[in-house]
Design a protein around this ligand. Structure first.
Ligand code: GLV
Ligand code: MG
Length: 299
């Protein structure tokens, strides 16, 4: 898996020391991860290692062993089951000491915080603001569902009996608000039914529609779906670029220095430009090409 991940069309890869590694295998897993990071080959993917959470006895050794031995080849540490800002402070301080000791650039290694329980969600704003190292806030649905006693075993799907809307809406929105208020990425977690591409698509579309930036993939088959769902549709990307060009033109002296104008049947103004910028940025980041261009009116 460590090797295979190198060639996959993902933006990021995370190497796990937490829940996918049995307690007796943790020590070997640290060594495997250090070797894989130092061997390289991950291209421009963000390289993240998920350590164990602070309530275990493994966290400090995970961080020390991985960062001391592979700190130059690592971009982020993912901290699971974060409950409060103090847990981010603790990781930040530990990283800073290791970076100083090893002669690494202080502050380069980022932190990804997984929100996986009620305490974490209650404190998510403080967690997102706790350190400049924080890069992403991640929803961990499996642990979250367990921690609040949700009455289901199927991660990401609506719990049977809940028929009034989306059981995850409140959680997703709180995470998204904390991320946006602090200028961090918001990432949706795993979908475990890896042989159900339709289910993966359905659940991804939910968080993508709200504004999340991406979702975990557990299997190569989930990758093209995630890349599609979290990119704009071609027609939306084209429309966004058109709005940006039109707004640019109409607000200029040549275009009449106007702030609110008609583009086809739609009135556009500064708020339209901001919405268009969101869609256009996602499209550009995904390498999309526009298929229409804006023509200023003649005469
Ligand atoms: C991921 O770690 C999850 O618990 O969903
Ligand atoms: Mg988890």
């Amino acid at each position: 898996m460590l090797d295979k991940a190198k060639g996959l069309a993902t933006d990021q890869v995370f190497l796990d020391l937490e829940d996918s590694v049995a307690p007796l295998a943790k020590a070997d897993a640290r060594k495997n991860i250090v070797a894989a990071l130092n061997e390289g080959g991950y291209g421009d993917k963000i390289r993240t290692v998920r350590v164990n959470d602070w309530t275990t006895s493994w966290t400090y050794r995970d961080v020390v062993e991985v960062v001391e031995n592979a700190g130059r080849n690592l971009d982020c540490i993912m901290l699971p089951k974060v409950q409060n800002a103090g847990q981010i402070d603790a990781l930040d301080l530990l990283l800073t000491q290791i970076e100083r000791t090893m002669g690494l650039e202080v502050g380069r290694i980022g932190i990804e915080a997984q929100i996986e329980n009620a305490a974490g969600l209650n404190n998510v704003n403080d967690i997102a603001a706790a350190s400049p190292r924080i890069e992403t806030i991640i929803f961990g649905p499996a642990d979250f569902m367990a921690s609040i006693n949700m009455k289901t075993l199927v991660v990401g799907e609506q719990p049977p009996g809940y028929t009034e809307g989306d059981a995850y809406h409140y959680i997703l929105m709180r995470i998204l608000m904390a991320a946006r208020a602090n200028n961090k990425a918001a990432i949706d977690g795993p979908y475990l039914q890896v042989r159900d591409p339709d289910g993966y698509r359905r659940v991804s579309e939910r968080s993508a529609a709200l504004g999340f930036d991406g979702k975990w993939v557990l299997h190569p088959d989930q990758i093209p779906i995630a890349n599609e769902v979290f990119s704009p549709r071609q027609e939306d990307y084209d429309h966004a670029e058109l709005i940006l060009d039109a707004y640019d033109y109409y607000t200029s002296a040549d275009g009449g220095a106007r702030g609110a104008v008609m583009l086809g049947d739609e009135m556009i103004d500064e708020a339209s430009r901001k919405m268009a910028l969101v869609v256009s940025s996602k499209g550009r980041a995904a390498g999309m090409q526009r298929t229409q261009s804006f023509e200023p009116p003649q005469g």
